[in-house]
Design a protein around this ligand. Structure first.
Ligand SMILES: *[C@@H]1O[C@H](CO)[C@@H](O)[C@H](O)[C@H]1NC(C)=O
Ligand SMILES: *[C@@H]1O[C@H](CO)[C@@H](O)[C@H](O)[C@H]1NC(C)=O
Ligand SMILES: *[C@@H]1O[C@H](CO)[C@@H](O)[C@H](O)[C@H]1NC(C)=O
Ligand SMILES: *[C@@H]1O[C@H](CO)[C@@H](O)[C@H](O)[C@H]1NC(C)=O
Ligand SMILES: CC(=O)N[C@H]1CO[C@H](CO)[C@@H](O)[C@@H]1O
Length: 535
């Protein structure tokens, strides 16, 4: 916070040694900065939104979460009827009767359906050469007999009562796709950078080292606008290397300590990112919706976030975006776009697929909330900018750029192409006053306790490796694999929490010592005590 970009013409100040708490001089300085922002970012006059809040949950398809809302809530929603079926095998020799159709009895799901690049390829294409959405059952069957039914189940609206209320009251997007037909990490990278920098899978080394591409956070910063990441276990936004820089360290806040407080005090930044809990603990269950985590915990998180925003003095200027990184292996009936989707940045995926990033992933649930949204809104495809533009995760940076009139360039060809959603708040002439103050209570779907002594999922393993890099433990010989193999969920949570707070503390120290704002603190393993700073 105390340092500014040399590009803003205030470079000399980055050498001043700030004190903590902020001195009068630095407060004055912040004021100056705020004033100078007015000229650097010019929000279009008739655009009411000043704060965009983004919450990305994990691994569920649109039909799985919201498909049945067509029947129960709004026939305009492109959901399911129950006539959507997948054959046990997509080869022509299997008789038609041998198929599984979509049902409404989704419950607590364990284990986790397939959603790697290969698995999604099979789900989307089956045995045809264009997307047929016919291979979900076959792919699930190849993992376990029970899973084939699991992937063909959707939640009854009353099982996800918070979404039921939000879909009735606000907007549902029924044509929003994940950015690539693959797993979590590359899709998450698209959300704030419109590319995965060539990754189609979880590339552990690159994740731990941090991805190099520019992010929408950097664009906001260039335009003198603020952002904040409210995290629960560990900010996965640290997978972008830039976000580890000293200049951004004050943007990271513990959700439990700060989110409600900042909402209450009207202090939420222009882009507010909420990261769910990725570790499932007794009394503190994971709320990222990832199987086997209970979606009821995700519903509770959404309720908590909504109610805090609804009560905030910023409510009338806020747009909340809730989406899912990818479909998690669950069936969806909408064919994935595969023609003329632009490659973001010239990168292609690795052998054997050499994926050109020229088609999108499976449709995911997206809900938007704001008092500027008409009750019961359903939004399908976007209106441009290209004739074949679609909503996908890159729509988030694209819309932030547009709504906040950022002068920075698009991040890649993909956000330049992705549909923008500012029209969702463009229909009313004044904010609604009838939005509910509270959302329904949620009862857990899972009847057992969290298994905090179980081994880590792939994603949790990556989070531990990120923590190891932050903590300087990646130089140890046990890195990367052994370390996360030995830990159970509870230990991993404690390790990650310790690493993050140590990294943030050391970064703040480095700032006090006058380190360059674009440096990243390089911790030594806690076995040694010193840390160093490098660019
Ligand atoms: C957007 O910003 C540009 C400067 O980058 C400015 O010329 C323009 O007037 C702004 N547009 C609106 C609608 O405020
Ligand atoms: C087609 O699928 C059936 C059932 O899974 C299997 O028994 C059969 O071998 C397959 N045939 C071919 C040609 O792949
Ligand atoms: C499959 O379902 C049956 C009956 O519901 C259960 O007994 C069995 O443990 C399940 N198998 C797996 C691999 O989940
Ligand atoms: C939001 O706008 C409505 C309508 O103008 C007004 O009644 C309400 O008090 C405003 N709420 C806040 C928190 O400013
Ligand atoms: C949080 C979490 O567990 N996410 C999962 C989502 O799916 C990927 C694979 O695509 C898993 O590796 C992650 O564990």
């Amino acid at each position: 916070m105390y340092f500014t970009e040399p590009s803003m013409g205030l470079g000399g100040c980055s050498k001043t040694k700030p004190t903590s708490p902020p001195s009068l001089a630095s407060i004055f300085f912040l004021l100056l900065l705020t004033l100078s922002n007015v000229s650097s970012a010019n929000p279009p006059p008739n655009q009411p939104i000043k704060t965009i809040v983004v919450l990305v949950l994990e691994n569920r398809s649109f039909d799985h979460m919201l498909g049945w809302m067509k029947k129960a809530i709004n026939p305009l929603i492109n959901g399911v009827t129950g006539d959507e079926c997948n054959p046990l095998s997509t080869n022509n020799t299997t008789p038609k009767e041998e198929s599984i159709c979509f049902t409404d009895d989704a419950e607590f799901v364990d284990p986790d359906p397939g959603h790697s690049f290969e698995a999604v390829e099979q789900q989307v294409f089956g045995s045809s050469s264009i997307p047929s959405m016919s291979g979900f059952v076959q792919q699930a069957l190849s993992l376990s007999p029970n899973l084939s039914e699991t992937v063909m189940k959707g939640f009854r609206p009353q099982s996800v009562p918070v979404y039921e209320a939000l879909v009735r009251e606000f907007a549902v997007f029924d044509r929003w796709f994940s950015s690539i037909p693959g797993p979590t990490q590359p899709n998450r990278l698209f959300v704030y950078s419109a590319t995965s920098h060539g990754s189609i899978s979880h590339v552990k080394k690159q994740l731990a080292h941090g991805y190099p591409q520019k992010t929408i956070f950097d664009s906001l910063h260039e335009n003198g606008m603020d952002f904040g990441v409210y995290f629960q276990n560990i900010p996965t936004t640290f997978f972008y290397r830039n976000l580890r820089k000293l200049k951004y360290i004050f943007k990271f806040h513990q959700f439990d300590l700060k989110f409600k407080k900042d909402a209450r005090n009207g202090k939420l930044p222009s882009l507010t990112v909420i990261e769910p809990r990725y570790f499932d603990l007794k009394g503190m269950p994971a709320n990222d919706d990832h199987p086997s985590h209970d979606v009821a915990s995700g519903q509770k998180l959404v309720k908590e976030v909504y109610e805090a925003l609804r009560a905030s003095p910023q409510w009338n200027e806020t747009l909340l975006v809730i989406t899912y990184d990818e479909h998690g292996g669950f069936y969806d009936h909408v064919k994935t776009p595969y023609v003329n989707v632009p490659n973001p940045d010239g990168n292609t995926g690795p052998a054997p697929y050499f994926f050109k990033f020229d088609r999108l992933g499976v449709r995911v649930p997206t809900i938007m909330v704001s008092p500027w949204i008409k009750k019961g809104t359903v939004i399908s495809g976007p209106k441009g900018p290209a004739p074949n533009s679609e909503f996908e995760h890159s729509s988030i940076p694209a819309t932030i750029k547009k709504m906040f009139n950022l002068s920075s360039n698009f991040l890649t060809h993909r956000d330049a192409w992705a549909g923008t959603f500012e029209q969702v708040v463009g229909e009313l002439t004044s904010p609604r006053t009838d939005c509910p103050e509270t959302l329904p209570d949620v009862t857990p779907l899972r009847t057992t306790e969290a298994k905090e002594d179980s081994g880590l999922s792939e994603f949790q393993g990556e989070v531990v490796q990120l923590a190891a890099v932050l903590n300087g433990d990646h130089f140890l010989s046990s890195f990367p694999d052994e370390m996360s193999k030995k830990m159970n969920v509870k230990e991993a949570h404690e390790y990650a929490r310790g690493a993050v707070s140590r990294f943030i503390r050391a970064s703040k120290e480095a700032i006090k010592l006058g380190a360059d704002h674009s440096a990243i603190v390089d911790m030594r393993s806690s076995l040694t005590t010193r840390s160093s700073i490098h660019n």
